[in-house]
Ligand binder design. Sequence first.
Ligand SMILES: Cc1ncc(COP(=O)(O)O)c(C=O)c1O
Length: 437
Amino acid sequence: MSKTEWPESKRMWERAKRSLSGGVSTGLRAAAKPHPIFFTGGEGATMTDVDGNVYIDYVMGWGPNILGHGNARLVRAVTEQISRGATYGSGHRYEFEAAEALLAIYPDFERVLWSNTGTEADLAALRIARAATGRQRFVKFTGHYHGWSDTMLLGYRSFDGAGGLVPETRGQSADALTQVELVPWGDAAALRALLEKDHDIAAVLLEPVLCNSGVIVPPPQFLQEVRDVCTEHGVVLIFDEVITGLRISPGGAVERFGVVPDMVVLAKAVAGGLTLAAIVGRADLLDLTMQGVTHAGTYNGNPLVLAAAVATMQELSAPGVYEDFERRGARLADGLRAALSAAGLVGAVNQIGPVVQIGIGVERIETTADFFAVDSARYDRVAVALLTRGIFVMPGGRLYLSTAHTDVQIEATITIFTEVLAAEAAGTLAAADAVAS
Ligand SMILES: Cc1ncc(COP(=O)(O)O)c(C=O)c1O
């Protein structure tokens, strides 16, 4: 049965708008189509909304819920810890047990710093790089996202038409624009040329798989070329593995591509849905926080989230987890490709491990320009139609699998995508599914 209305969600949203700007907790969610949906809970790979509708969830909290919802080991760990206190402002065993678990999967590194969000950890990594090099500015790549700070929210979606930087948000510090050099993703020659003439670059920061703009795997050799040119010029290389970490292999992109940066930033999956971020890196860099580099935070390394991190890493270390991610991710991607082609729609699907990206209206997504050209209005329509049929997806076309997704759910999802894309191609979606907007 197709559901087309969410009366209780709508009612809650109206109420929420009286106390929360836009009725949401993060601005992006206000744009959810047909409107934000309110949930009562999740179980495994499914979520139930306040109208009683059950969905297969591919949002997964925008990535953190790598174990799905209500994983038994995670629930036990968090429940046991909360009864002993949420935060101590002092040491406890989970601090080093979780750090040891991370270092076991990143064997090239010696230290871990705990933080709370990806945004914070990226800023801390950059500060360390500045202190280590005595230089000020940094390089980022077009379309990469490193959080919402003034310093880093640049060159993500807003450009001046000539590849230059413009503020990405109202209220952004003008100084931030002077701190960043933007390089096209995949262009090692451009990076080399920049570092040869500019000697004030402290760090190169990148998403080793460009998940935020199309789930684009780096061109062959690109990461190694970046590594080499950073080494030649004494520039600190930071992999932002907030999405890829613990997800595309146990050791993230470092393990998958065999290229070792100077620091790795982790968040999202690391505590299975609780608020935790980390920097993993070389001791000489991270120990600068004992030599005058401030790395602060009331909640840093609290026992609640670190108990969750230990449980999450234990679950992810079970045999077959990453093989299943790869197999199920590839099956979903193949199914979506077949669905596009059966519908006669031009489109592309990228996938690495449990992360899948679908883009309608482009033949391939290999560059950020390809990704920026996808037909997002069409996908928005598809996403609403999926919602009415029990599939919950993010805007933009990225889907996250968790350890809780089953083969049966993946097959059901492919069947529903096939039906919805065919209806979109036939032009019948708008009439049948846009009623709730
Ligand atoms: C690659 C990457 N870096 C950093 C961030 C910022 O993390 P947070 O939202 O935890 O601040 C995100 C968030 O989506 C991300 O995808």
